[in-house]
Design a protein around this ligand. Structure first.
Ligand code: UT7
Length: 330
């Protein structure tokens, strides 16, 4: 059976490094609190690049390392909750920038689970043989929707983009997946768009909040449950058990979430790949950034089995169990 296999990875983060000490000049916080409560030391904050700029640079890296002609890309999906615009989609802007003239393109928003959802959507087109190659990007400029007066949230997030190219594979590729959403818990992590304001509406524009607000403890509780359930589900839908898995690549939100899950499932902490100390929480970009990081450090080898697991706004969660292929380029 045809599988959808990752053949190359890419990432891009803005040059501007913002340390915890830098943030403590903006809000009442300190390096010790942020490190001990989250594991984050620094993050990248964009000065003049928007989500499509980051996405384009991550995509160009994935195309270059995979030695793939943009004209051979059939589908571009950008997972983002911080698009440049309502219209056009960020995916269409990326298409223009990289000259992928034969692709159809759209964005999806599943917040921090967006990359998992995007890969899972693209996978269907490849497995049913309606396309050959897809570019999936997670890209965010969260800095533009973060409330820089709120120390509960502004310390957590960073800007960045990660990309993968999927193509048909036979023996390696995506083995199993699981996705779940809990819309009834959506208010725990919110950011509104423009209010409904027109000649017929009675909207009070003053009530409009277009910055991130979060119930951190509720998300924490949701996250640990969602990661545990997702890992169990993707394993159940495969012929593998946890000992067969080389790495678990979780959405990079908080080291304590990962620590809690590793203890609860009795999984060696070193099995979880963590790079949130350098980039913070980059939402949909965090998993593909981690993948590219691991790929460039030669951490994943042919036939390695890895689990990717995302969770976040919506609330959403999802995971993929992947058998890494020999064709993957660094
Ligand atoms: O992408 C998915 C989205 N997000 C997540 O996954 C986030 C999940 N949640 C978390 O990671 C954690 O809940 C946080 C890191 C957001 C917060 O950690 P916490 O251990 O749950 O802290 P808390 O919100 O319970 O706050 C504890 C104390 C409070 O002070 P009091 O009320 O005990 O006096 C806060 O006001 O820490 C205070 N606090 C801070 N102090 C210094 C909150 N933020 C800060 C800060 N610096 N930045």
């Amino acid at each position: 059976m045809t599988k959808a296999e990752i053949v190359s990875t890419g990432m891009y983060v803005p040059n501007n490094i913002v340390t915890n000490d830098n943030i403590s000049k903006i809000v009442d916080t300190n390096d010790e609190w942020i490190k001990s409560r989250t594991g984050i030391s620094e993050r990248r904050i964009s000065i003049n690049e928007n989500t499509s700029d980051l996405a384009t640079k991550a995509a160009l890296k994935a195309l270059k390392t995979g030695n793939i002609n943009p004209k051979d890309i059939d589908l571009i999906i950008v997972a983002t909750c911080t698009p440049d615009s309502f219209i056009p989609s960020t995916a269409c802007i990326v298409q223009k920038n990289i000259k992928a003239t034969n692709a159809f393109c759209f964005d999806i928003d599943a917040a921090c689970s967006g990359f998992i959802y995007g890969v899972n959507i693209a996978r269907q087109f490849i497995e049913n043989k309606s396309i050959k190659k897809a570019l999936i990007i997670g890209s965010e400029t969260l800095s533009k929707i973060v409330d820089w007066k709120d120390r509960n949230t502004c310390i957590l997030f960073g800007d960045g983009a990660g990309a993968v190219i999927l193509k048909e594979g036979e023996s390696s590729g995506i083995i199993s997946s699981y996705m779940e959403s809990c819309g009834d818990k959506g208010d725990f992590l919110r950011c509104d768009t423009v209010p409904l304001y027109n000649p017929y509406s009675k909207c009070n524009t003053k009530e409009h909040i277009n910055k991130v607000s979060m119930e951190g403890r509720e998300i924490f509780k949701f996250a640990v449950k969602a990661i545990i359930k997702t890992i169990k589900k993707v394993l159940q839908c495969s012929n593998y058990n946890i000992d067969d898995i080389k790495y678990i690549v979780p959405h990079q939100a908080n080291y304590r979430i990962i620590d809690y899950v590793s203890k609860k499932l009795n999984i060696d902490k070193n099995k979880f790949y963590v790079n949130l100390d350098k980039y913070g929480n980059t939402s949909s970009a965090s998993i593909p950034i981690a993948l590219d990081d691991m790929n460039s450090k030669n951490l994943i080898n042919n036939n390695d089995k890895i689990i990717l697991v995302g969770f976040g706004g919506g609330l959403t969660s999802g995971g993929l169990l992947i058998k890494w292929g020999s064709n993957i380029l660094k």
